[in-house]
Design a protein around this ligand. Sequence first.
Ligand code: ZN
Ligand code: ZN
Length: 336
Amino acid sequence: MRAAVLTEPGTIEIRLIDRPLPADKVAVTTKAAGICGTDIHAFGGHNPFLTFPRVMGHEIAGTVAAVGSEVTGIRVGERVVGNPYAECATCRTCRRGHPNLCPDLTVTGVHSDGGFAEQAYVSPRQLYSLPLSVDLDTAALVEPLSIGAEAVTNGNVQADDRVVIIGAGPIGLACLAFAVERGATALVVDRIPGRLERARELGAAAVVNTLADDPDDRVKAFTAGVGADVVIEAVGAKETIEAGLRWFGPAGRYVLLGLYDGTVELPTFTAMRLGLRFTASRLNRGRFPECIEYLRTHPHVTSLVTHQIALEDLQDTLTLLTRRELEACKVMVQLH
Ligand SMILES: [Zn+2]
Ligand SMILES: [Zn+2]
C-alpha cells in the first residue's frame, strides 16, 4: 500500500509498504485522514514521542478491510472512525477514570503508524462504528470534536453561561460547537478574519479580531462588565493565556487547552477574589460516541473541512501550514 512516511523532520516520502496484519489489529482502508496541529509539530521535528520513520495521521475514518485472527466483534466492510489514544487501562490513573492522563498512553500516528496511508492497522478497542448518514470524507472530524467536547465538559459550560473562546482553529471551533449546543453564549477571539467568519457560522454570538479591536473592551461589553463565566484558551501562547486570565468573572472557570511549554503570570489576588477554577483539558475521556452522534445530527459542522488534498500533496501542505501560508481550518488527506 501507499503510505506517506515521515523519514526525518521536514521530509515525507511516498513509499509502497507491505506489512503483515498483526493478529490483534484491524486493517482500516483509510477514506480520509485529518491533518492536526500534532502532525505539523511532528513534521517540524518537535514531537519527542515520535520516532522515525513514521506514518503520521491520528484522525482516521474508513472501512474495515480485514481483521486479525484474534479480533472478534468487528466485520469487514464496517464504517469506522479511530480514536487515536490507547491507554493501558490498568494503572491507577486509568482505573480512577482518567485514561487521557495514563502515563503509558500511546497515540496512533505518533507511537505507531497512522492514517496518512491507504490502510492503517488499529486496535479494535480504538474503533467506533459510524452510522450510514455520517460521511466518511469528514468523519475524522470526530477526533478534534472530542477535544472540544472534553474541554467544554471540563469547563462545566452551562446554558446561559457567557463563554470566551480564544482561538478559532479547529479545536477552538469544536469548543464553540459544544458550548452553543449546551445553550451558552460565546464570544470568539482570533486575528484571522476567515476563522472568525467560521466562528460566526457555527453560532458565535460575537467575534473579536484582536488586530482590529481591543479584546479587553469587547470582553467587558460582552459580559456586561462582570467577566466571563468560562474562558477556554485554545491557542497555546503566553500572550493569549495571560489575556484569558484577565477575562474571567465571579466563579469563573478557566480551561487551558492550547499547548504551551512555558510559564505565565497568574493574577492570584483576582483569582482568589473571584473564586477562579482553573483546569487543563487533555485529549478526551470516552467522548467518541457523543461526538459521532453530534456529527450525525449537526452535519453543518462538516464545513470545518476547508481543504481536501491527495497523499502526494502532504509534504507541500504541511510546509505551507508550518509557514502559516495556508488559511485552512481542517485539511483532510483524501485516500480513496
Ligand atoms: Zn487531532
Ligand atoms: Zn493507564
